[in-house]
Design a protein. Structure first.
Length: 54
């Protein structure tokens, strides 16, 4: 389990999760993206999948 960066709730984190994977916080409903695995870091996913601005 990892902590949602938005609301602090615990988010279920699968053993096969990879960087870039999107998941949704069951508590606040925010779409989260896996930014890093060691340590596990989640960030708020961009609203549009291919609009990274860089
Ligand atoms: Zn949340």
């Amino acid at each position: 389990m990892v902590e949602c960066p938005i609301c602090g709730a615990e988010v279920e984190f699968g053993a096969h999760t990879v960087v870039g994977e999107l998941m949704e916080c069951g508590d606040c409903g925010t779409e989260l993206e896996v930014l890093n695995l060691k340590p596990v870091t989640l960030g708020e996913a961009p609203e549009t999948e291919e609009d990274w601005g860089q």
